[in-house]
Design a protein around this ligand. Structure first.
Ligand SMILES: NC(=O)c1ccc[n+]([C@@H]2O[C@H](COP(=O)([O-])OP(=O)(O)OC[C@H]3O[C@@H](n4cnc5c(N)ncnc54)[C@H](O)[C@@H]3O)[C@@H](O)[C@H]2O)c1
Length: 412
């Protein structure tokens, strides 16, 4: 197989995850240039991936201003910095791996889909769940008719209280005016999976949800703006920043707060950066709970629940068909199939490749990357193409409109 070359735009958390594929499979993928404005992050990355000085850029604009220098562009900048790099990269003939959400606005998602359609390049959106052995198995069972025709799906996204605090109260995705709504940011994976499993178009939906807990009205009396400013509630508060970030765990999410992960480095980051802030004194506005009700062509219905208030950070799904039901938990990688004609349910094996062990999202990060590289090498169509992703992104935009207006939104 030919080695695929790629440029990376944004060497943050996600960029590093995908780039790791090149470390693991150097015969398949080589990162040849990077754009990353954070100097320390950029030099750590370039040292690790052996990227020459001429191939290091501060911004994606600078990198994409150069003539095309690789087969693929991996776009891992933050949400509001996806559209322009994606459009320019496609125009230059790069195959594009684009982080989700495609964009924060529906119009821009449509523009990306149009550009991908008009180009002969691969464009894969990082809907990593589609690629996990867990959801692949569920899709296979449904398509084989193991439970007859799907009548209803319930999917729960257990965000986990600490993950909500890290990403959606203190962190990057706390404020929809700066990034996107929770349903687009986090729930786009779920809406995508539901639509993909059902295999039909969503015709209409409604949604409810709000931000209730992580607000000023719930701040303990006299709690300072920052945990590090002598908070008298440190013993009792589960969100006290040192309890989350000054522990033995220096992996995710702690490694997001600073590039200096020594105790002193992390302490400094909590004192000066956003992750030390009191969770009740932040500038967050995204919901901490939301439900979406959907109806699909053919009559299948689905519900999606997202909640911050769980211990585990994982998804559960129940799929109810005319001939049986499936209950599955992504956290434990367990699938139970109960056909109505059988007395007992059976447990279904979810095979995992050993290579995917160190990747997140149930191995989805690994399988997505592998698929992307193989598509460039061998051709074919992407499982998470711009067209498929636009459909589920549109459901998210509609769900947010429905939540804000309290009205049912028609999609067809
Ligand atoms: N697929 C998934 O499941 C999944 C999970 C988490 C995040 N994401 C998405 O991945 C994207 C990146 O998230 P992340 O967690 O890696 O964030 P991050 O902040 O760790 O990484 C973003 C990087 O982009 C860099 N950057 C900023 N301006 C730039 C510029 N002009 N040119 C080049 N680089 C620039 C930043 O310095 C940073 O290193 C987001 O869109 C996020 O929503 C997807």
């Amino acid at each position: 197989m030919n080695q695929v070359t790629a440029i990376l735009l944004g060497a943050g958390a996600r960029g590093q995850v995908y780039a790791n594929y090149a470390k693991q499979h150097p015969e398949e993928l080589k990162i040849v240039a990077v754009a990353e404005p954070k100097m320390e992050r950029r030099s750590q990355f370039c040292e690790c991936f052996d990227i020459s000085e001429q191939a290091q850029y501060s911004t994606w604009e600078q990198l994409l201003a150069q003539p095309r220098m690789a087969d693929a562009a991996i776009i891992c900048t933050l949400d509001d910095m996806h559209t322009q790099p994606a459009l320019i990269a496609l125009e230059k003939g790069y195959n594009v791996l684009l982080e989700k959400p495609m964009s924060n606005t529906e119009e821009e998602c449509q523009a990306i889909e149009k550009a991908a359609r008009e180009n002969s390049c691969v464009l894969s959106v990082c809907h990593v769940l589609r690629y996990t052995p867990f959801y692949q198995k569920l899709k296979q069972l449904i398509d084989e008719g193991a439970i007859g025709t799907v009548a209803a799906i319930d999917q729960i996204e257990n965000v986990a209280y600490w993950h909500q605090a890290h990403s959606f109260v203190r962190g990057n995705w706390r404020n929809s005016t700066q990034t996107s709504s929770m349903i687009l940011q986090k729930g786009c994976h779920d809406m995508d999976i539901i639509a993909w499993l059902i295999g039909q178009k969503c015709e209409r939906l409604s949604s409810f949800g709000s931000l209730q807990h992580f607000t000023l009205k719930n701040a303990p009396l006299d709690a300072p703006d920052c945990c590090m400013n002598g908070c008298s509630h440190s013993d009792n508060c589960i969100y006290y920043a040192p309890k989350l970030y000054l522990t033995d765990n220096i992996g995710w999410p702690t490694d997001m707060i600073s590039t200096d992960l020594s105790y002193e480095g992390r302490l400094r980051a909590l004192k000066t950066g956003p992750y030390g802030r009191c969770v009740y004194h932040c500038d967050n506005n995204v919901v901490d709970r939301q439900v979406v009700n959907m109806e699909f062509t053919g009559g299948a219905v689905a519900t999606f629940t997202m909640t911050a208030f769980t211990t585990e950070s994982a998804r559960q799904i129940k799929i109810m068909g005319t001939k049986g039901q499936i209950s599955a938990d992504m956290n434990t990688n367990t699938i139970k199939l109960h056909r109505f004609c059988e007395v007992e349910p059976s447990s279904i094996e979810v095979p995992l490749l050993i290579e995917s062990n160190n990747y997140g999202h149930g191995g989805g990060d690994y399988y997505l990357m592998r698929d992307f590289v193989h598509l460039i090498q061998n051709g074919g169509s992407s499982l998470s193409s711009a067209q498929a992703s636009l459909q589920s992104h549109s459901m998210c935009f509609a769900a947010e409109r429905a939540r804000l207006t309290h009205e049912t939104v028609e999609l067809i």
